[in-house]
Design a protein around this ligand. Structure first.
Ligand SMILES: *[C@@H]1O[C@H](CO)[C@@H](O)[C@H](O)[C@H]1NC(C)=O
Ligand SMILES: *[C@@H]1O[C@H](CO)[C@@H](O)[C@H](O)[C@H]1NC(C)=O
Ligand SMILES: *[C@@H]1O[C@H](CO)[C@@H](O)[C@H](O)[C@H]1NC(C)=O
Ligand SMILES: *[C@@H]1O[C@H](CO)[C@@H](O)[C@H](O)[C@H]1NC(C)=O
Ligand SMILES: *[C@@H]1O[C@H](CO)[C@@H](O)[C@H](O)[C@H]1NC(C)=O
Ligand SMILES: *[C@@H]1O[C@H](CO)[C@@H](O)[C@H](O)[C@H]1NC(C)=O
Ligand SMILES: *[C@@H]1O[C@H](CO)[C@@H](O)[C@H](O)[C@H]1NC(C)=O
Ligand SMILES: *[C@@H]1O[C@H](CO)[C@@H](O)[C@H](O)[C@H]1NC(C)=O
Ligand SMILES: *[C@@H]1O[C@H](CO)[C@@H](O)[C@H](O)[C@H]1NC(C)=O
Ligand SMILES: *[C@@H]1O[C@H](CO)[C@@H](O)[C@H](O)[C@H]1NC(C)=O
Length: 872
């Protein structure tokens, strides 16, 4: 009986398997998405997640980290989105610290942070192409935060970035593609995929098809055109093939995704894998119309529809001109729709589908400009190499002038507003370098002629995104029965307030510990009035949210936070001069932007960066909640100084580049009279005792210290201002940069949530430092804590201070940012030479362990518990 039963079961299993095979066609298509996590990418990813997984199974996602978002913020966004959609099973690949050798050997796990032409052995490199993307508002800052809506709307699950444990982009690609036939959807730049193809030629056969949003073949940009009878109007991008609104003066031909890494795009297009391209040709014909926008407003029956609509609305409300409805297009989501429709149709030869007309074209991707073989210093594939990298042909298509930036003089045509460069152009060509590609040319009109929606895809998109199947489970507020946003404000009405202090930071790990320490200083001694944040230091501007979260934890939602500039003084706003020396991967931006993965364990503040804005502050129009607006450095400075009592002055502590302080001194002529003194953490006196500086990524510059190096002109401005200044140079910092000593003293102190948090962060950094070369510089951040301890304790640290006549060198790569002792050009400043280090470690631990002014809410976990119970 038993045996018979078993046999029956086996038989049934066999039959089931057979049937499964018979329905053969029904095995789901395995899909991998590579995305730069821009707003329209979110629409596309959600659209794919709404498909029936037995037909279209999204297996994995990789982040294209060299484009509109920064890796650490992009991974948070995707984890939150997938959590909402109940798809924590989908792996997300981010970065990797591998490199490419000078000779062209590609090592495993290259992170895709840099265009291939700039990729060396580390994640440090220039922003030749990426500089075309604005870094601040209207650009990366807004996209990193999804205009502030990510933290305002999406729930947060258990997944987070963890240093060295995060699956890398290359590993996720290998894992997915080696399992079986896979279809790729490319929504960002092509670096990850090109590197994958170049390093895993044996897996190429598993890629069935690549669908790409990007490029512009016969496209003619409809924006920036002038009215026919207007003779004064200067046309913008009108008629261009490309859409680089920041760079058509040099390159009117490229589209952002292809411009981000033309050589990578070339590798993908020329891989021999069947390609379907949805370029600007098609997307230009499907602008978000007012009718679609209205219809979307009325159809939001799922969380994902809500999230998409709100993202779209804030994009509209913050659009830089009044042409949103003619210049914002369905980009990536249109590609996803066309691709799914082609596949549903059985992938017919001519790509018949419901949403777009298709045509075969012979194209290539231009990677360099003619004449070829010039060796003019613009092309690292050839320049200085006896044998070109990757065995490229000496006078081949890759050997011409490669555009070096958005204002490359080579590309400028005298007397024209449009440039001549073609890097990244998906050009129609004939002959041996042409690849036959299926190209979407025009969005199809609605089948229903009476529909208010003029394109068939609009109707379909709204239907899919509102489907009850595979819908999001909740948003952050409906996930918890008692969710509420509370501002924690201290009551110091009983207390006398101490010295008014402004803290200027750049969001490295040390700065966050410094901030916690300052918040612990008794209000009677130190009255922290404001925090200023620079966006050109060790973290990207969007990381400002971690500051808000720490203030929330500490019950200090009253402290204003001002956002500063994202570039150094006197450097082009499209560029990465100086901060390009900060690694993009491990130990660099990826870790600072996530606070080594621990940022997500902090309680979520109701305050956060938002793109909300108002006409009053120079925005083109008011958004729905202009009152939520993120203040800028100078506004915070003005409001702080207006509230000072007569005769009262501000003391500054700076722990990042001096950009903000210099901006204040330059913009407010009375600033010097309002500042009592400045403590500057940073600087290193060159040639002093033979000690090197710490700008380890610029070996030619032996003696600079990072905070000064990141903005030498601002540093010079501040030192020269004549304000009473004390610098805490590298030499002094190094005396206390022992993580063991700090951890030991913390271990013996009273435990508070903030001390525990500090302990956890430092323990993690210490572990990473011991394990992995990319974290060797962790001491740099330890030194920064000295600034706040010195400010608070002063004489208790028995400091030895010398007065020196100091000048800041603004020179070339070899000495920029270094300090020199110069009795002629220098200014007298106090320099902290040494201190009682034992007192330092003791004071640091004891104040962090102090019960007074301790955290009011310890973590996100505690917050979740609070939101699960009725308020007391
Ligand atoms: C979450 O969804 C609910 C129900 O649709 C909505 O009322 C609420 O505003 C949403 N929460 C947020 C934070 O947007
Ligand atoms: C241009 O033509 C439009 C439509 O014919 C007309 O409304 C407008 O007044 C004209 N503008 C000028 C500057 O002539
Ligand atoms: C593309 O190239 C093929 C082969 O050279 C040629 O037969 C075809 O006509 C070309 N198509 C277009 C659209 O140029
Ligand atoms: C364009 O003009 C600049 C200065 O006006 C000149 O130096 C340059 O040589 C000109 N370039 C060409 C290609 O004519
Ligand atoms: C479209 O509208 C016209 C006029 O209102 C009507 O006669 C026609 O039946 C409508 N067509 C459809 C498909 O609804
Ligand atoms: C105000 O100060 C008094 C005396 O120092 C103290 O007893 C009281 O608890 C304080 N109140 C607050 C709200 O801190
Ligand atoms: C702050 O504390 C004082 C007593 O120290 C009290 O009179 C006052 O109402 C409190 N303010 C708030 C806003 O709770
Ligand atoms: C930021 O820097 C740029 C270039 O140096 C300057 O034009 C701009 O005014 C600065 N913005 C702010 C807010 O200081
Ligand atoms: C601090 O961490 C220790 C050890 O993990 C734990 O036992 C303690 O409860 C924590 N204290 C606070 C206040 O978070
Ligand atoms: C350091 O020493 C070198 C060699 O003596 C000299 O050229 C350089 O100017 C010095 N730098 C500073 C900042 O004094």
């Amino acid at each position: 009986m038993e045996v018979l039963n078993k046999m029956l079961i086996i038989l049934m299993l066999c039959l089931a398997m057979l049937m499964d095979r018979n329905v053969g066609m029904k095995t789901p298509r395995r899909i991998h998405v590579d995305t730069d996590v821009d707003t329209d990418d979110l629409f596309a990813v959600l659209y794919l997640l709404k498909q029936d997984p037995s037909e279209f199974d999204l297996k994995s996602i990789t982040i294209s980290a060299n484009s509109w978002t920064d890796a650490g913020h992009a991974v948070n966004q995707l984890y939150d989105l997938l959590y909402m959609m109940n798809r924590d099973d989908i792996p997300v690949g981010v970065g990797g610290d591998g490199g490419i050798s000078y000779g062209g050997t590609i090592f495993p796990n290259v992170g895709g942070y840099l265009a291939i032409i700039e990729q060396g052995m580390t994640t440090v490199g220039d922003c030749r192409y990426r500089q075309a993307i604005p870094r601040g508002g209207g650009g990366i800052l807004d996209i990193d935060t999804n205009y502030g809506f990510r933290k305002g709307f999406l729930p947060q699950g258990e997944r987070k970035y963890t240093p060295l444990r995060q699956p890398t982009a290359q590993q996720v690609l290998i894992d997915t593609i080696s399992v079986g036939p896979t279809t790729l959807f490319l929504m960002g730049i092509h670096t990850n995929i090109a590197l994958f193809l170049m390093s895993n030629p044996h897996l190429k056969k598993n890629i069935e098809h690549i669908y790409i949003m990007g490029g512009g073949v016969r496209s003619s940009n409809p924006t920036g055109c002038c009215p026919a009878n207007d003779t004064t109007c200067i046309p913008g991008q009108c008629g261009d093939h490309g859409n680089l609104f920041t760079a058509y003066g040099t390159n009117p031909n490229a589209e952002f995704n292809f411009f981000g890494d033309p050589f990578a795009a070339y590798q993908v297009i020329h891989s021999g894998i069947p390609i379907t391209l949805v370029p600007l040709d098609a997307t230009n014909t499907i602008p978000i119309t007012e009718q679609f926008f209205k219809e979307f407003d009325n159809q939001q029956s799922t969380y994902e529809a809500q999230y998409c609509f709100r993202s779209l609305k804030i994009s509209r409300d913050t659009w830089f001109n009044d042409k949103f409805y003619t210049s914002y297009f369905m980009w990536d989501s249109f590609m996803a729709g066309v691709a799914v429709s082609i596949m549903k149709n059985g992938e017919k030869y001519n790509g018949e589908n419901d949403f777009s007309e298709m045509e075969y074209m012979n194209i290539t991707v231009i990677t360099s400009n003619q004449p070829y073989g010039v060796n003019d210093g613009s092309n690292p594939f050839f320049d200085g190499h006896k044998k070109p990298r990757f065995n490229l042909l000496q006078r081949g298509v890759h050997s011409g002038h490669v555009q070096i930036g958005v204002d490359d003089p080579f590309c400028i045509v005298n007397g024209s507003t449009k440039g001549k460069c073609e890097d990244g152009y998906t050009k129609e060509v004939t002959g041996s370098d042409a690849v036959k590609v299926l190209v979407a040319t025009k969005a199809k009109a609605s089948k229903d002629a009476n529909s208010s929606l003029d394109k068939e895809y609009f109707k379909h998109f709204l239907e899919v995104i509102n489907l009850p199947q595979h819908a999001g489970r909740f948003n952050i507020s409906t996930q918890f029965p008692y969710y509420r946003e509370t501002l924690y404000l201290p009551n110091f009405s009983n207390k006398t307030r101490g010295k008014p202090v402004v803290f200027d930071m750049d969001m490295s790990a040390g700065d966050f510990i410094s901030l916690i320490y300052l918040l612990k200083a008794p209000i009677e001694d130190i009255d922290l009035k404001a925090i200023l944040v620079s966006g050109n230091g060790w973290a990207n501007a969007a990381t400002i949210d971690i500051i808000y979260d720490i203030l929330h934890m500490m019950g200090r939602d009253d402290i204003p936070v001002g956002l500063g500039n994202v570039t150094a003084l006197g450097t082009p706003s499209f560029g990465c001069t100086y901060f390009k020396a900060i690694p993009l991967g491990s130990g660099g931006y990826l870790d600072s932007d996530t606070l080594y993965g621990l940022g997500r364990t902090l309680p979520r503040s109701p305050r956060r960066y938002t793109a909300e804005n108002s006409v009053k502050y120079g925005a083109p129009r008011d958004t729905d909640h202009p009152e939520l607006r993120q203040p800028l450095v100078f506004e915070v400075w003005e409001s702080v100084t207006q509230k000072l009592n007569p005769g009262e002055k501000i003391s500054f502590l700076t722990s990042g580049p001096l950009t903000n302080l210099a901006t204040i001194i330059l913009s407010d002529t009375a600033a010097t009279s309002k500042i009592e003194s400045i403590i500057i953490v940073g600087g290193h006196v060159a040639n002093n005792s033979g000690d090197k500086g710490n700008v380890f990524t610029v070996p030619a510059n032996k003696y600079a210290e990072f905070n000064f190096f990141l903005d030498p002109q601002s540093a010079k401005k501040v030192i020269q201002s004549g304000i009473k200044t004390t610098i805490v140079p590298l030499e002094a910092q190094r005396k206390v940069a022992s993580v063991e000593c700090i951890l030991q003293s913390l271990q013996h102190a009273n435990k508070t949530p903030e001390l525990n948090f500090t302990f956890e962060l430092l323990t993690l950094m210490n572990e990473l430092q011991r394990k992995y070369q990319g974290y060797k510089h962790m001491d740099t951040f330890l030194g920064e804590i000295l600034g706040s301890v010195f400010l608070v304790e002063q004489a208790n640290l028995k400091p030895i201070i010398q007065v020196k006549s100091i000048d800041v060198i603004v020179g070339d790569e070899r000495n920029e940012g270094q300090l020199s002792v110069d009795n002629v050009k220098g200014k007298f400043v106090n320099t902290l030479e040494s201190l009682d280090t034992e007192a330092y470690f003791t004071k640091l631990a004891s104040l962090l362990g102090e019960q007074k002014q301790t955290a009011v809410i310890s973590s996100f976990d505690e917050q979740k518990r609070i939101w699960s119970k009725p308020p007391p």
